[in-house]
Design a protein around this ligand. Sequence first.
Ligand code: NAP
Ligand code: MG
Length: 398
Amino acid sequence: MTTPLVEMDGDEMTRILWKMIKDELLLPFVDLKTEYYDLGLPHRDETADQVTIDSAEAAKRLGVAVKCATITPNLKRMDEYKLHEMWKSPNGTIRSILDGTVFRTPITIPSIKPVVKNWEKPITIARHAYGDVYKSVELRADEPGVAKLVFDGESGKHEEVVIHNFKGAGVLQGMHNVDKSIRSFAHSCFKFSLDTKQDLWFSTKDTISKKYDAQFRIIFEEVFEQDYKAKFEELGLEYFYTLIDDAVARVIRSKGGYIWACKNYDGDVMSDMVSTAFGSLAMMTSVLVSPDGKYEYEAAHGTVTRHYYRYLEGEQTSTNPMATIFAWTGALRKRGEMDNLADLQNFADQLEGACFDTLNEGICTKDLANLMEGVEVKSVTSADFIAAIRERLEKRLG
Ligand code: NAP
Ligand code: MG
């Protein structure tokens, strides 16, 4: 390796897996260079969360990061970890610094059949991670009255529209998005599409939301025409826009193998639908791509707290490390591409191959045991699963 990866360590069971993966599957094979940031909750608390900001700045500087799952504190965690403050979600902090889009893709194997039988290839959801209902304000109107949407421009311009004339009680919500973020979203999606050589679908509800959702469609169209159309044509790729309800119907009837870009709420809901239909969250890769081409790879699942508590009691757990291993391979491959290191890219391919070899022989963690068909299933602990991968990796690397 030439440029180090930004390594963001995390919490609980995934922190345990993190170390096992490094010790067994990376350090014996790769001259691993990382800039290490400990995002484990105790260290975030010690540094007043500065470490999270520093790690995101490092990702901006170095270009590729790999992140372990982390705890987002709530009241229970305040007590459990004796925190000084209820620190914000690290993913939220990193996202707002890198300003990106999250791409989630299922890791598919022949023995786990998607619920939708015509899906032959993975479907990647690209979720816009800013604004809309996630940054909305709400009001309870508890008596008759008029609700208005008001805009006071800095120039003195004043606009207002009546939302509703309430005859009785009701509810109200105000939400927003900004062109800058929508534009970043569009760039990230088109770049990822070129990167992975897959078509891009984008859907909103612009027939109903003629200004708000339409602005998304218009910006995507502009960005595509200006910066990507020629490259898409060169590679024989397609970008197409359609209504969200039409998209849902097409997705279900499709063979898969494309990227589906969704607004924040649609992406939240549809990524759960897609991941569940393909198998499990533990078999899902997740990467944050910034508009200027910085990458942060992570697992899509959390820190698997229930398993960690059992681990603390001395139990050998059967937690699935696939998503965390693929976060590493994704990051190593990207680093290899950026630095022109063919060996590093090959190592990432071989490690993923060794994971597939293992699963294809029916060796898996408990969560997958019930999902597999057509192989003799042998459910093992995380440590044994990783050891089985290592054996196959050594064979592949000769
Ligand atoms: P979770 O850690 O994803 O786990 C939920 C359940 O899903 C687990 O109890 C387990 O089910 C199953 N599961 C998830 N990943 C698995 C794996 N790799 N192998 C086997 N089973 C797996 O979600 P959570 O319990 O809601 O959240 C726990 C903590 O993670 C929270 O503190 C949350 O803040 C944090 N979190 C972090 C991220 C992130 O950093 N990206 C994302 C989500 C949540 P069984 O117990 O039935 O086996
Ligand atoms: Mg959700």
